[in-house]
Design a protein around this ligand. Structure first.
Ligand SMILES: [Zn+2]
Length: 232
């Protein structure tokens, strides 16, 4: 067969180098990073509309938060997983920006996410940042910053040192390790402010909890959190 589907697909990729990060089909006019079909079928949580959502409940009794949400459900095999994979391992920081804009558009209509003073992305291990070349949460925060018109800060929260790979550790060790992983600088600027802490994927919440605990030392008025995706 002279024209297999594979060959046609390759030809399309050649003619339209911008492909959707969800389905790999070429993007049409006016679309960027994610096609409209994928956008419409993404598993949005609508957490921003409900203060007592699954993510907020995950933090009850652990840390006082003004509000907590994740934009998408993350499941094995779903489109969210595909997007996060491209964002974290595919060298596509522009996808973080796009997803951050989508997240920001949701926060814009949520009363509990108003009057934010600083957006603070969860800092990446220095080693990983060097490997990846960028912090994906930083790009998500840049997208949110564009929509909410709130400044992004990389001058307050830092990782102390690279922690070992956590994949082989148990839950308890992971929490213990995380609790001392972050430190503050220029803390006085955060006093009485509303901070929005931003991460890519929420699983146990240990990283967010450790970051929020560290930020609390600066006596902010409120801490809210937002993540791109949530593993149920
Ligand atoms: Zn698509």
């Amino acid at each position: 067969m002279p024209f297999s589907i594979k060959k046609i697909h390759d030809l399309i990729q050649l003619l339209f180098p911008m492909a959707c990060y969800g389905c790999a089909l070429p993007l049409m006019n006016g679309e960027s990073e994610i096609c409209n079909t994928c956008l419409e079928s993404l598993p949005f949580t609508d957490h921003h509309l409900h203060q007592e959502n699954l993510v907020a409940k995950q933090f009850w009794g652990r840390i006082p938060l003004n509000a907590a949400m994740a934009m998408l459900f993350f499941k094995r095999g779903n489109a969210t997983r595909q997007l996060i994979h491209h964002l974290k391992y595919g060298n596509h920081p522009e996808l973080g920006l796009k997803l951050g804009i989508l997240l920001g558009e949701r926060l814009l209509s949520a009363p509990q996410y108003q009057a934010i003073d600083f957006l603070i992305p969860v800092p990446l291990h220095l080693k990983r940042a060097a490997q990846r070349g960028y912090n994906q949460s930083d790009y998500i925060a840049r997208g949110i910053s564009q929509v909410l018109e709130v400044p992004l800060s990389n001058r307050h929260l830092f990782r102390k040192s690279a922690t070992d790979s956590q994949t082989r550790k148990g839950r308890f060790l992971r929490f213990e390790n995380m609790a001392t992983a972050f430190e503050l600088q220029n803390a006085e600027e955060l006093e009485n402010t509303h901070i929005l802490l931003i991460d890519d994927v929420l699983t146990t919440g240990a990283t967010m909890e450790a970051c929020a605990l560290t930020l609390l030392q600066a006596m902010p008025e409120k801490i809210s959190i937002a993540a791109l995706a949530f593993v149920k």
